[in-house]
Design a binder for this molecule. Structure first.
Ligand SMILES: Cc1cc2nc3c(=O)[nH]c(=O)nc-3n(C[C@H](O)[C@H](O)[C@H](O)COP(=O)(O)OP(=O)(O)OC[C@H]3O[C@@H](n4cnc5c(N)ncnc54)[C@H](O)[C@@H]3O)c2cc1C
Length: 410
């Protein structure tokens, strides 16, 4: 007899869980609190949906949990699975996108796959209470409707993304079975910095090396495009520093960022990515570049034509001897990490100690599975978060519907 599987949450992870459970023979119902599923999925990658990354996995929170999950179902297998469901994919270096570069195509495919396999999606069904009695789960909707099933996959997501995200009370569904939730904060978020040196530059995009310092030591370095805003700085390489910055701020260590503009001065874009913390700053190269310009433009402002107008004006009065430092170590003390509403992923979540990394089954409640952003795992930019949500969702769905003994991994 088919197992009834309830999936709570119709996001990337929940829809993958549902399709996998239906494919494994389960009778699946997805409960989604919004009127339409996949709202956050539609916003990913600026609507292009960077859904996986074939490079070295970059996870925080319980990173080893994420790696065990990825060993059980490697990213290459995720791509083969999505492909077998009908999604054409393409790569930009290690990052994987749908070939049409539209998140809406991924959402349409997942919902269509669920429908084709006989699954049901119930929108406007906000689960307020989840109980397990006599071996069966009952999900209670805010308006009093109930749905019952043998197994249940929780895929309610995280708090990041403001109106795209879930609410703190959605974690209570897991807490109701004894699961603990660690401190929740935003990872992959812009930084609020001292704005004095940024005045008049809002909107500028500068390719740069970006370093995070605490107590004169560089603790993390990234490269990429920095976006100047009226509150501080943003851009993928900056957001990548948010998690570590938050830890330093909480420890009272007064972190600051330095921008090294060598890529801009050389007229090169930089791909975003991590740099070693001891990656040398560009002072020597900038010195020789400025020396060449001094010979080329004697008596002229050597920055004209090299830097954007607003930045030129700011640096015009800096003595020549101090320019290399100003250009390779533009110092921005950090005041705060932007709140969760502006973050792309939630750091913290349901503690992984009570969840099996390979089956995603709860160690506290037989028949319950947990997946995606609600867990204490967060990834770097570049597809790692959707990848984890989808892979953990598929494993949860397969195991929930499979004929494994209830509570495997307990
Ligand atoms: C702007 C933005 C851009 C991003 N871009 C990328 C990217 O390019 N690549 C990448 O890898 N990651 C990206 N992310 C992160 C990624 O979108 C998430 O990590 C991922 O969607 C998490 O999937 P999930 O299924 O766990 O949660 P979600 O996708 O958030 O789905 C959870 C679902 O559960 C529903 N739900 C919650 N509570 C209940 C309840 N009580 N009852 C019923 N339903 C409920 C929600 O309405 C939601 O539909 C981005 C995030 C943001 C905010």
């Amino acid at each position: 007899m088919a197992v009834n599987v309830l999936v709570i949450g119709g996001g990337a992870g929940g829809l993958c869980a549902a399709a996998a459970a239906a494919e494994a023979g389960g009778r699946v119902t997805v409960l989604e609190k919004r009127h339409t599923p996949g709202k956050k999925l539609l916003a990913t990658g600026n609507g292009r949906c960077n859904l996986a990354n074939l490079g070295v996995p970059r996870y925080e929170g319980d990173a080893s949990f994420a790696l065990r999950t990825l060993r059980a179902f490697p990213p290459e297998k995720l791509l083969r699975t999505l492909n077998s469901w009908g999604l054409q994919l393409t790569r930009e270096e290690e990052r994987v996108y749908p070939a049409v570069r539209q998140a809406s195509a991924v959402l349409a495919l997942l919902t269509e796959r669920l429908r084709a396999l006989g699954g049901t999606l119930l929108p406007d069904f906000e689960v307020k209470e989840l109980r397990r009695e006599n071996g069966r789960f009952t999900a209670v909707c805010a308006d009093g409707r109930t749905v019952q099933a043998d197994r249940c996959v929780l895929a309610t997501g995280g708090l990041a993304g403001g109106s795209l995200g879930s609410a703190r009370e959605d974690y209570r569904l897991a807490e109701g079975f004894g699961h603990r939730v660690t401190k929740l904060f935003g990872a992959l978020a812009p930084l609020e910095t001292d704005t004095a040196s940024l005045k008049g530059l809002s909107g500028l995009r500068l390719p740069a090396y970006v370093r995070l310092f605490a107590q004169k030591r560089c603790v993390q370095a990234e490269s990429g495009e920095v976006l100047i805003t009226d509150y501080g700085i943003s851009g993928i390489c900056v957001m990548q520093l948010a998690r570590r910055t938050k830890e330093l701020l909480d420890q009272g260590k007064e972190p600051y960022i330095t921008l090294d503009l060598l890529p801009l001065l050389k007229g090169e874009g930089v791909p975003y990515g991590p740099l070693p913390a001891d990656f040398p700053d560009s002072r020597e190269e900038i010195c020789s570049l400025l020396e060449k310009r001094r010979r080329l433009l004697p008596g002229q402002d050597i920055l004209t034509g090299l830097l954007p107008e607003g930045l030129c004006r700011k640096l015009r009065n800096v003595p020549l001897t101090e320019l290399p430092r100003a250009l390779c170590a533009w110092r921005l003390p950090v005041r705060a990490v932007r709140p969760l509403a502006f973050a792309q992923v939630t750091a913290g979540g349901v503690g992984t100690g009570d969840v099996d990394a390979e089956t995603l089954s709860s160690r506290l409640c037989p028949g319950l599975y947990l997946s995606g952003e609600m867990l204490d795992v967060d990834g770097a930019c570049g597809g790692f978060n959707l990848q984890f949500a989808m892979i953990s969702g598929i494993l949860a769905g397969q195991n929930a519907a499979g004929d494994l003994p209830l509570g495997k991994g307990t």
